[in-house]
Design a protein around this ligand. Structure first.
Ligand code: MN
Length: 727
């Protein structure tokens, strides 16, 4: 760390002038003079005059264009604690805003920071609550801590360790939660140097090893990207960098990954003007480089809890070196860098209170609850007892904040953390006590979820009644849908037969098939399964089928479509290549549209009248129903795929999703992330409010298709995704 020339009031005044904004320089100068006098004779460990510290803190805050009062409070932030100046005096001379901030910063400094994990959430909560009086308090405190970290080299080793640990455990997470990533990264990278100097040296050595190659690699990528998006106006900002040492550190030493396997050592950031441009640029990136599977994240559609928004994807170029690309708009970028402080930087004239914007809702809520109470504990209790809001804020044992709708319980919370945490939940503790699954969480609760390590453990059907949030319910349903198909079929069959009987509907194959079709499902088993996991409501099935049962009984015989007609609707695309038909060498081949076979599917051929051989999947309904009929028996031929070929095939996926544009964005993004060409997309709204999407894509075979489908099924909000024509 380089030791800079001691900062003076003249430097501060110059920096204020450089901002070009209006500041009350007279007031700032008075604050400086009071602090300078109060700290007179005190020295920092570095040997510098103490006043250089508050001056430096004020300088950091000017980077964020914090207002006059914040700068005044920063200059005087240590006088009440370390000198004889009383808060009353500050209040009289600078007003109550400044006095409250000085008091707040002093109080935060007094919250005992116990580094035991179970205490961590409690401590962070206290700090957040203390700051809730005025968010500027925590911003000053973070700047204070940042400067102390920058000058930590002058402190004794014992102090270096303690301060670094505290910073790592509390201040960096708070900066993260407030979205102030610049401060967070700098704090972490300084702290880790003290906590593990050898580990850091090793990373620096590894990074240094190929520094020249690395620099030219980043330059090359940027040039390639720039040339492809040069038509965007104004031109996007493209930056390349090596990611922070601490992020590499975490992957190497916490996740135990070898240096060579860390994907995101390099990162390229592309900053554009609009959300549409973000997705367009993503398409270009995936076209230029190969995306790595499962590395695409859409934080635009689903922002992080601290409001961070961006598209992330990891791609690999012809050099074989993976790198991460982040794509975001200018506004998202400002929020990412400055977090909550972006309010001051980009919205001149704002006071300390946070305005009505949604960006930092949970902080605003904490602010609104702030009572007259002076004491941190009293505020905490006031918040705990007040449940009139429609959202609650719950903490994980590590201090992460999660927002849940009022009335949500610990099961909902588990699913909010992660689908797998929800699926594996065995119990929960709130404030250290075991609670039932339906325990309603309150703001300020610290909730610990216990999970099972057993691979066979999963949700209980009763959880569907316990869960309150749509998110949790749909995740439970999709688990049952995927993991318990047999069970769902049995369960759904029983339920449906019972209801049919009750409504006087005969349990016959035709009727069941029609019911399945009306529910947009491909088979009766799918219908049973859907009823079993709760994806289709029984009353709707009955309602839909009742009228037509009456009609169907009249036209019973006429209604049966001949299998042959059905089979002659063959696919217009010729895909003869790659099919072997036993006993026939050179014949016309068509793919049956009823089941649209793909390479890898077990298939069978059917000799049509005049259209050659049509290829069906062996499990196609039309095959099963006509296999043994007298007139067709001899027309079936053994067929198989002729080895692997590299041609691609079109397949249509039928998706039912919740009606939210973000779900659609996720779906198209998931397909784009797999670099799968999309040919057609049809979308319509279902009566129940859900959306039905039919997406035609080009795939290499069943395996790839199954992959895409399973990824689509995992998207929150997707109720079902299946291949059409599946028997
Ligand atoms: Mn200080």
């Amino acid at each position: 760390m380089d030791i800079k020339k001691s900062v003076t009031i003249d430097d501060l005044m110059q920096k204020i002038a450089d901002t070009g904004r209006e500041y009350d320089t007279e007031k700032i100068r008075r604050a400086f003079e009071l602090a300078d006098k109060a700290h007179d004779g005190q020295l920092r460990s570095s040997g510098e005059k103490y006043i250089t510290h508050p001056l430096s803190v004020a300088m950091i805050l000017l980077d964020y264009l914090m207002d006059t009062d914040t700068i005044c409070a920063a200059l005087m932030h240590d006088v009440v604690e370390d000198t004889d100046v009383a808060l009353e005096e500050i209040k009289k001379k600078f007003g109550s805003d400044v006095a409250l901030m000085v008091d707040g910063v002093t109080k935060i400094g007094q919250v005992p920071l116990n580094t035991k994990e179970e205490q961590q959430a409690e401590n962070i909560r206290k700090i957040l609550i203390a700051m809730s009086k005025d968010i500027r308090v925590i911003i000053i405190k973070l700047a204070d801590r940042l400067h102390n970290m920058r000058t930590l080299y002058a402190r004794p080793p014992e102090k270096q360790l303690k301060t670094s640990l505290e910073t790592m455990n509390f201040y960096a997470p708070i900066a993260h939660r407030l979205g102030m990533s610049d401060i967070k990264e700098e704090m972490e990278s300084i702290a880790i140097h003290y906590l593990d100097p050898y580990g850091c040296k090793e990373i620096e050595r590894l990074l240094d090893l190929h520094k020249d190659e690395r620099d030219s690699f980043i330059d090359k990528i940027i040039t390639r990207i720039r040339s492809r998006i040069s038509d965007i106006d104004p031109p996007p900002i493209i930056e390349g960098r090596v990611k922070s040492i601490f992020s590499i550190y975490k992957k190497m030493y916490v996740k135990n990954k070898p240096f060579d396997e860390i994907y995101d050592i390099y990162a390229v950031r592309i900053i554009v003007q609009s959300v549409v441009e973000c997705y367009n640029v993503l398409g270009v990136i995936h076209d230029l480089f190969s995306p790595m599977p499962y590395r695409f994240k859409d934080y635009i559609a689903t922002p992080k809890p601290n409001r961070y928004q961006s598209l992330h994807t990891t791609v690999i170029g012809k050099e074989g070196i993976p790198f991460e690309v982040q794509i975001r708009t200018v506004e998202m970028h400002n929020t990412a860098q400055y977090g909550i402080a972006a309010h001051w930087k980009y919205k001149a004239g704002l006071k300390g209170s946070v305005d009505g914007e949604k960006r930092f809702d949970w902080i605003r809520q904490l602010l609104e609850r702030q009572q007259e109470a002076d004491d941190v504990e009293q505020i905490a209790d006031a918040i705990k007892n007040d449940l009139t809001q429609d959202e609650v804020f719950v903490f994980s044992p590590k201090g992460d904040v999660f927002a849940l709708p009022l009335g949500a319980n610990v099961l909902d919370f588990a699913y909010t953390i992660h689908t797998e945490v929800g699926n594996k939940m065995t119990g929960a503790k709130v404030g250290g006590r075991m609670v039932p699954f339906d325990y309603q969480v309150k703001t300020g609760d610290i909730v610990e979820i216990f999970t099972s390590g057993s691979p066979s453990y999963g949700p209980n059907r009763n959880w569907l009644n316990i869960a309150q949030t749509t998110e949790a319910k749909s995740k439970i349903r999709s688990w049952f849908k995927k993991e318990r198909r047999e069970e769902n079929i049995a369960c759904g069959k029983e339920e449906l037969e019972r209801e049919f009987k009750r409504n006087g509907i005969p349990v016959e194959n035709d009727i069941l098939e029609e019911a399945a079709m009306k529910a947009h499902l491909n088979s009766v088993d799918d219908l049973y399964a859907a009823i079993g996991y709760g994806g289709v409501s029984m009353s709707k099935v009955i309602q839909r089928i009742k009228d037509s049962v009456i009609r169907a009984q009249k036209e019973h015989n006429a209604a049966v479509m001949t299998a042959e007609e059905n089979m002659e609707q063959t696919n217009s695309r010729s895909r003869k290549k790659g099919i072997i038909i036993e006993g026939i060498d050179n014949c016309q081949i068509k793919f049956a549209q009823c089941c649209n076979p793909l390479p890898g599917d077990p298939i069978i051929g059917f000799v049509t009248r005049g259209f050659g051989v049509s290829i069906h999947k062996q499990d196609c309904v039309n095959v099963i129903n006509n296999m043994d009929s007298e007139e067709n028996r001899d027309r079936w031929l053994k067929a198989s795929w002729a080895g692997v070929d590299d041609s691609t095939y079109r397949a249509t996926i039928d998706i039912i999703s919740e009606q939210r544009s973000s779900v659609i964005a996720d779906i198209t993004a998931a397909i784009a992330a797999n670099r799968i060409p999309m040919h057609e997309m049809n979308m319509h709204r279902l009566k129940n409010g859900n959306t039905n999407l039919l997406i035609t894509i080009e795939v290499a075979g069943v395996e790839q298709l199954a992959n895409v489908i399973s990824r689509l099924q995992k998207i929150p909000g997707v109720i079902s995704a299946d291949r059409t024509g599946k028997a």
